[in-house]
Design a protein around this ligand. Structure first.
Ligand code: M6R
Length: 364
């Protein structure tokens, strides 16, 4: 079933342009560049707060979505990992939408959090990849991702498909609240529809990433930095590397470095910086310079323009296509997935079945 691929994870990384296109196709209408969600029987324009709950990579998709809900729909968003959410006393007021994100739809903590929110009278929305799962059955609003079966324990294609659905949902809410006019909606949809081609362009750099993986493989620790909607991608990159290559990695908001983690920097610590050109580029680059001034070994991921401006002096650069900031989190998922994948291959670890991990965590 792996076809020409060495691992399921590799196959699933390369499926992303196709499955993201499929997923977008079921939430966007290309004919008039509009958002088209499945029918549901509550008025989304009256939602006063969105509470997002998930685990692992699905949680990082939720972190990206928080930026979009706030930016487009101007709705307050609370987000937590399911194992924390359940054991605090979250304030769930009437008129709230509780949004659960899960590949499997069976993650025990997320499912328990869903049931808790249901009892508390929240409207339940679920972004899930397995349409027959427990979470899918218990949703008021079921938003499937069309990633197809994901076999690799490290989640890849489910993540980018989750982002595709979440962007459509945030835009839909904005339209219904009267905060996004037809022209703006059509622009947002057009940008989203550019994602599959940009994912393909990102995958074209697979060999460059494979060729530099040996620079990361010997490291004991690796830091990932990003800003804004790309900050969760730094967290995701670090999680992927930890899971399959067993190298300790942390993701940080680029601006948070100087509040502590910069003390870790020396010439043994590779620092992967995610910096698409755009409104946050200069700020992220100045954080990168702070790292470099302390001997940090920077791997810069940016587009040609960004690399021309800031790539000099990095130990390696990874070029991405130039994309609209809205789809950057989808596109920048590719290099962090591929980097983790190739580092794991250099180290010879079991990529699809990493030690101590299960595909679906059905214990609390
Ligand atoms: O099936 P779910 O999306 O609910 O799973 C959540 C996490 O267990 C999952 O994302 C996990 O972190 C992956 N191994 C990440 O690659």
């Amino acid at each position: 079933e792996k076809g020409n691929y060495r691992h399921f994870m590799q196959k699933e990384i390369f499926e992303q342009p196709t499955v993201v296109a499929q997923t977008l196709g079921s939430y966007l209408r290309q004919a008039d560049n509009s958002v088209a969600l499945p029918q549901f029987d509550f008025d989304i324009s009256t939602i006063r707060r969105v509470t997002i709950v998930a685990c692992g990579t699905s949680y990082y998709a939720g972190l990206v979505a928080k930026y979009w809900f706030e930016q487009f729909a101007r709705v307050p968003v609370d987000i937590d990992v399911a194992s924390e959410f359940r054991y605090r006393e979250p304030v769930l007021e009437d008129g709230g939408l509780a949004l659960f994100i899960s590949q499997s739809g069976e993650t025990a903590d997320t499912l328990a959090a869903l049931r808790h929110c249901k009892e508390a009278g929240q409207t339940i929305a679920v972004v899930v990849n397995v349409p027959t799962s427990s979470m899918a059955r218990e949703a008021d609003l079921l938003l499937p991702t069309h990633a197809g079966p994901e076999i690799g324990v490290a989640s890849t294609k489910a993540f980018t498909c989750q982002l595709a659905v979440l962007a459509a949902l945030a835009a839909h809410m904005a339209v219904k609240k009267g905060l996004m006019n037809r022209e703006e909606e059509s622009e947002v949809v057009a940008h989203l529809l550019e994602a599959p081609a940009s994912l393909n362009a990102a995958l074209d750099h697979d060999e460059d990433i494979a060729a530099m993986a040996h620079l990361i493989a010997p490291a004991r620790d690796v830091l990932y930095l990003g800003r804004g909607p790309d900050y969760p991608l730094a967290l995701e990159g670090a999680l992927k590397l930890k899971e399959i290559s067993y190298i300790h990695a942390e993701g940080y908001a680029a601006g948070e470095m100087k509040h502590g983690p910069i003390a870790l920097i020396d010439d043994q610590v590779p620092v992967v910086v995610l910096a698409p050109s755009g409104p946050l580029f200069e700020k992220t680059v100045s954080n990168m310079e702070e790292v470099r001034a302390r001997g940090g070994q920077v791997v810069l991921i940016s587009d040609a323009e960004g690399l021309a401006e800031a790539g000099e002096g990095c130990i390696a650069t990874i070029e991405m296509p130039k994309v609209h900031p809205l789809i950057a989190p989808l596109v920048y998922a590719i290099p962090v997935q591929l980097l983790a994948y190739h580092v794991a291959c250099v180290k010879g670890t079991d990529v699809d079945q990493p030690r101590n991990l299960a595909k679906s965590v059905t214990v609390e």
